[in-house]
Design a protein around this ligand. Sequence first.
Ligand code: HAM
Length: 448
Amino acid sequence: MSDTSNTDILDISQSPKKFQSLRGFTDHLPEDHEYFTLIKKAVRHRARQAGLRRISTPLLEETGVFTRGLGESTDVVSKEMFTMTSRSGKSMSLKPEGTAGVVRAYIEHGMHTLPQPVQFYYIEPHFRYDRPQKGRFRQFHQYGFEVIGERDASVDAQVIHISWKILKDLGIAERFDLQINTLGTPSARADYILALKNYFYGKERHLCSDCQNRLESNPLRILDCKEEDCQILSSLAPKMQEYLDAESKDFYEKLKEYLQELDVPFYENTRLVRGLDYYSDTVFEYWDRTQGAQNAIGGGGRYDGLVEKLGGQHTPAFGCAFGVERVMMHLKEAGITPPPKDRIHVFIAQLGEEAKKKAMRLVSDLRENGIHTMGAMGKSSMKAQLKMADKFGVDWTVILGEVEVRNHTAIIRDMAHGRQEIVKMETVIPEIIARVGKENVDIYQLGE
Ligand code: HAM
């Protein structure tokens, strides 16, 4: 009896559906990973130099970590979270950013008992239900830094300095302007928000519909709206600077002095507010020189109230994060190519059962010596194997046939010129290393 209810049975009259990745979810193909690895190395290098240690938090967290951490009314929480309900009815969300999860982990693991500040870095996937467009994805990666447990403008300046050094190391720092601002202490910010509301009340009809909503929920965000009318109104609005208390002013002045001392160029932008609620005092963003606030490559700031908000003791903190895909885009636009680490150095071609065995051993020994090696172990002709070697773009092919096996030799073929040389079997490895160059040999020690 046939089972017609099974929809997985292959209907040969129809070809099976071809799947595509979801909108805003993109594959990182091997060529993208060359860039990804370059970025990861730059981040890891600068983070380690400064004593930051890597942390990974889960992709899924209880939704409250983000609603309480980032603020219910922020775009990220109200519009962009991927939220689902567990079988037991708990609301869980894919992390839209890294800071709240790191702070949750800091509290959960009692890290306030460690020497402070506790310094982290991360390179992780994040998820936002954004409208996909250039530089904007629903799954994207961030590298970020969080320094928890110290309030001093030198911390802010040093983290900004590290982030700027990484862009310099990657060769793209010149493409960005660093914008900085201060939002003052939470109480100064509350006074300022009240002043902003009073200013915008009565002018609602000149604001875009988003900003009309923001006026109640998050008036600071009106200041960085991209709509022209909102921008004109914002330029005449009261300035945060008028509401700063002496401590915040002093903190901001110190930050600028330290950045100057570290030769980090910056612009003061009194309208920079950032899109998450947890910030106080320092905020900053790196803007693309050609696009302005659109598609900032990274940003961050001080979040002295977040640990407490998520259930810990009052603990000051500072951090920032950068979009890996956006950094990759800039590397490509700037014509920066990562060193081709995936390149195959040598191809091994063989004919005959004995030669095949020797070839298998040789492939393994070459790899052990750091030579990127591919072998054709199928049954194709020598001509077909050499064609394959050509397609993989190798510079050298080692050929083993019955004669070579009998004579304990091998042929090394220079693929570009078609020249061949017979060498003793035991010298194949040093001969290949000499041709590939010691500097290109790929040997690593665990723990390096
Ligand atoms: P954020 O500004 O929301 O800050 O995100 C940081 C960076 O992530 C952005 O500048 C951008 O490069 C990248 N990014 C954001 N959304 C997308 C997207 N849809 N597609 C591609 N890239 C994107 C934060 O997330 C804060 N947690 C930063 C921070 C850390 N503040 C303190 N510590």
